[in-house]
Design a protein around this ligand. Structure first.
Ligand code: CTP
Ligand code: MG
Length: 239
């Protein structure tokens, strides 16, 4: 599909509470390098030449979003998220006006360090593939399986094992159907790809950078501060 006819809407689930971060507010509202994590993430998406609209799913009682300049950006639409991440993504998809012709690029609010090169490579592959595509990074460590007592039972071949990252790109209408089906039938849906796999549709993997980490625990904050400072420095030296 020629790039000028491509319609891509970014959907950012940001309705989580961030329990593992143990902070005084949801992790997407922690400030790193003078901006909240949510702002870093959404600015990085909107700075990509093929992304012109971002739908953000927020918790119903979110007291933080309205005070961010982002809340007045005409390219940003706010929707109400849900109980699980899949509910939040579905709520975002419901706000897409023409789901039939649109690709949804779903990206966690908690992954501010996604690179434009990875987004471009994901889009290139995802729009051509009949199902869609996700960014993933290859597993580096030796992988073990354990039993209930915490003893090793097996070394798992890491050859074809990946960490599933975001963004993940799918036709918006197909993803909406897959998520609705998964939620209705009680399937375990932890990312968009798993909703598609659940209906026997298998997306492509695009190898992405392992520094596209999801800020999850307190120790991730220092590392993310370092990544973001490096990016700020590159942007300053690029001009
Ligand atoms: N998310 C969401 N709606 C939910 C749960 C999660 O929109 N009901 C979002 C989070 O805000 C985050 C992304 O999904 O941007 C990935 O989820 P995760 O990293 O698990 O965030 P939290 O659920 O907030 O964190 P935790 O699991 O530690 O509570
Ligand atoms: Mg969670």
């Amino acid at each position: 599909m020629p790039e000028n006819t491509l319609s891509i809407v970014a959907i950012v689930p940001a309705a989580g509470v961030g329990s593992r971060m143990q902070a005084d507010r949801p992790k997407q509202y922690l400030t790193l390098q003078n901006k909240t994590i949510l702002e870093h993430t959404v600015h990085q998406l909107l700075a990509h030449p093929l992304i012109h609209r971002v739908i953000i799913a927020l918790s119903e009682q979110d007291p933080y979003f309205d005070s961010l300049p982002l809340s007045n950006d005409p390219r940003v639409t706010r929707v109400c998220g849900g109980k699980e991440r899949a509910d939040s993504v579905l709520s975002g998809l419901n706000a897409v006006v023409e789901p039939h012709n649109t690709f949804a690029l779903v990206h966690d609010a908690a992954r501010p360090n996604v690179s434009h090169q990875d987004i471009s490579r994901l889009i290139d592959t995802g729009v051509k593939h009949p199902v869609g595509a996700i960014l993933a990074s290859p597993v580096k460590d030796t992988m073990k399986r354990s039993n209930m007592s915490g003893e090793i039972t097996q070394t798992v071949d890491r050859e074809k094992l990946w960490h599933a990252l975001t963004p993940q790109l799918f036709n918006a209408e197909q993803l909406k159907m897959a998520l609705e089906h998964g939620l209705k039938t009680g399937a375990v849906i932890t990312d968009e790809a798993s909703a598609m796999e659940n209906i026997d549709r298998f997306p492509s993997i695009v190898a992405g950078r392992s520094d596209n980490i999801k800020v999850t625990s307190p120790e991730d904050l220092e590392l993310m501060t370092f990544y973001l400072s490096k990016r700020d420095f590159q942007e300053t030296t690029d001009v």
